[in-house]
Design a protein around this ligand. Structure first.
Ligand code: SIN
Ligand code: FE2
Length: 221
């Protein structure tokens, strides 16, 4: 029901434009940063998924991930029984991943710069799709060769609770509500922070229905 989503909008979304909230040393939430181009970003996601379909990857332990994933950019993040890795080829199609769309690269670069990380040039964009009940358990992004570059994470569609912890799995994570157009950037002392997504609530977004899409930009290679 649409009114559920909009009744619960946080204050920052009722008025005002882009704003930045500190999250942890080296990490910030850029509220509404991608809002203006969000519809166009979703169209691009549909184009990527037409070539490299969303799929549920299997963890090295043999569990099917509840998040559906695809990638664009020179490298794509994949998981299977052999482990996690970045691969230039989509194992589902045998083709290279679709190229990084220019609009994606520009957004990621601008968001990183706004958060204090100039010259971010991502070579990987992981696209995550969440349906009601989908969650992503706490993890670190540490499959990238060079962790000097930050992570830029764009939320589209249905709101979610982003969990942002510390450098130890046991550190109790902060719970941050992220909505359509919000961007979270973490790097520097927070680059290896544990993070995840709480089970997605049922909601109805005008552009995505019951779905949340996340774009995670990384310098992987
Ligand atoms: C991720 O950690 O890969 C995705 C986080 C998110 O969906 O916001
Ligand atoms: Fe992650």
């Amino acid at each position: 029901m649409t009114f559920d989503l909009f009744d619960n909008l946080p204050d920052y979304d009722r008025d005002g434009g882009i704003s930045s909230e500190p999250l942890a040393p080296g990490a910030s939430v850029l509220r509404r940063f991608a809002r203006a181009q969000a519809g166009a970003l979703l169209d691009v996601v549909a184009g990527v998924a037409a070539v490299a379909p969303f799929r549920h990857l299997v963890t090295p332990g043999g569990r099917r991930m509840s998040v559906a994933m695809t990638n664009c950019g020179r490298l794509g993040w994949v998981s299977d029984r052999q482990g996690y890795r970045y691969d230039p080829v989509d194992p589902a199609t045998g083709l290279h991943w679709p190229a990084m769309p220019r609009a994606f690269a520009v957004l990621a670069r601008d968001a990183a710069a706004a958060a204090g990380y100039p010259d971010f040039t991502p070579d990987a964009c992981l696209i995550n799709r969440y349906l009601p009940g989908t969650r992503l358990s706490l993890h670190q992004d540490r499959d990238e060769l060079d962790v000097r570059a930050p992570i830029v994470s764009v939320s589209l569609g249905v709101p979610a609770v982003f969990l942002f912890g510390g450098l130890r799995r046991a550190d109790r994570p902060a719970r941050i509500r992220v909505i359509h157009g919000d961007v979270v950037v973490w790097g520097g002392p927070s680059r290896l922070a544990f993070h995840g997504i709480a089970p997605l609530a049922q909601a109805d977004h005008p552009l995505t229905g019951d779905t949340r899409i996340n774009l995670t930009f990384r310098k992987a290679g």
